[in-house]
Design a protein around this ligand. Structure first.
Ligand SMILES: *Cc1c(COP(=O)(O)O)cnc(C)c1O
Length: 400
């Protein structure tokens, strides 16, 4: 092995730089499944307000049973990519169930939503085309667009006039095909994209509309189909990407749902699909059970909506400022980064696990605690959370 002391020294300097800037991330170790209450490695039990476990399906008995059953009937793994020997009846079933649930013709599975976005643009669009993207889109969308040769436009976050400017400029540049792409829900603010207005703009300018539904599939809209249902344009989105790793069970895996021809070409040319292993059978079997649950009843998304409404009202009544809206992501605004860290540390002492976000994850001076509601939370959990925030907020002089 080459003498790489200089290299390791360089890495240590980089790491120290992150620590000095307060950007070093530490990972809290849990010793329980994901749930309303989790135990940390030091043995403390805390109410969890920071998982993407929106519907509580990460440890739902029917989901775990289905994973066990698929493990028994289809094995642990396929040791193959899909096109060699990695496609089982379960994979085909899940793809058609996802398409039905989302209102598209077909769907294709990926190892992660990061891969679905990473492998989406390059196979479909080329130099003659235009991709128009919200400036706050998820990192995986940004990376996927970077890998594609299409011309790029970025519009100001959620700004429909600026989107229209981009559509006009792309047309003036002679773009053959235009694709507008946005997060359905933006994870830092819980902002819900204005898909109804975006659809109208896309129609007026002959553009396609694509959305990343990672923070929406399973619970947005009155039957949980997603942001397109919530905004009244179900069945009218050209491309939907999403994850199995958040509301839909929380394990891992992603998908792209679209017209049959789009999905067919992705199967032929999308590199993260072609050159990465098939999704494991227990995850696929469990995901089918998740869709069974969600198609049979809206009880979980309804409970999530009730929890979200209750918590948003209660935390405001306690004197905190939140980003308004109705998404289960509730950003409690603190603005000052140090105060945000103190608040999250103090509520943790009081038994509430909620993480602070500050620059560069959010803009300077916009520090916050982002809490996320789940259908596994009972009212008592949420009452304890609000009480802890009130006490910590008073101690830190943030509320009266
Ligand atoms: C979480 C997330 C992803 C990545 O999902 P994985 O399946 O974990 O790779 C992609 N896009 C958005 C908007 C997300 O929130």
């Amino acid at each position: 092995m080459a003498d790489n002391n200089a290299f390791l020294e360089h890495l240590r300097t980089e790491l120290q730089g992150l620590r000095d800037a307060g950007l070093f991330k530490t990972e809290r170790v849990l010793s329980t499944p994901q749930g309303a209450v989790v135990r940390t490695a030091d043995g403390r039990e805390v109410i969890n307000l920071c998982a993407n476990n929106y519907l509580g399906l990460s440890s739902h008995p029917a989901v775990i049973d289905a994973a066990h059953e698929a493990l028994r009937t289809h094995g642990y793994g396929l040791s193959s990519v899909r096109f060699i020997c990695g496609t089982q009846d379960l994979h085909k079933a899940l793809e058609s169930r996802l398409a039905r649930f989302l209102g598209t013709e077909d769907a294709i599975l990926y190892a992660a939503a990061f891969d679905a976005n990473g492998g989406l643009f390059e196979p479909l669009l080329g130099e003659a085309d235009a991709i128009i993207s919200d400036e706050l889109n998820h990192a995986s969308i940004i990376d996927g667009i970077r890998l594609c040769k299409a011309q790029r436009w970025r519009y100001r976050h959620n700004d429909m006039a600026d989107l229209e400017r981009c559509l006009q400029e792309a047309a003036a540049a002679g773009a053959r095909f235009k694709l507008v792409f946005t997060d359905g829900v933006f994870s830092m603010d819980g902002t819900v994209a204005q898909l109804d207005r975006m659809r109208a703009l896309c129609d007026a300018h002959g553009a396609m509309l694509g959305i990343d539904e990672c923070h929406a599939t399973g619970f947005m809209g009155c039957t949980g189909r997603g942001t397109h249902e919530h905004r009244g344009i179900f069945g009218k989105v050209d491309i939907i990407t999403g994850t199995l790793g958040k509301a839909l069970g929380g394990a891992s895996g992603g998908f792209t749902a679209a017209r049959r021809d789009v999905v067919e070409l992705l199967r032929q040319r999308s590199r993260p699909y072609l050159f990465s292993n098939t999704v494991a059978p227990p995850i696929v079997g469990a995901s089918i059970a998740v869709l069974d649950l969600l198609e049979a009843s809206t009880a979980l998304r309804d409970k999530l909506a009730v929890n979200t409404h209750w918590f948003r009202e209660a935390i405001v009544k306690a004197g905190f400022e939140i980003k308004p809206g109705d998404h289960p992501i509730v950003p409690i605004m603190v603005y000052d980064a140090v105060k945000a860290q103190q608040l999250s540390a103090r509520v943790l002492e009081l038994g509430i696990y909620a993480v602070g976000f500050f620059f560069p994850v959010v803009p300077k001076g916009q520090a916050r605690i982002r809490v996320q509601m789940s259908a596994v939370h009972e009212r008592a959990h949420l009452e304890r959370a609000v009480a802890a925030f009130s006490q910590a907020g008073r101690e830190l002089g943030l509320v009266q």
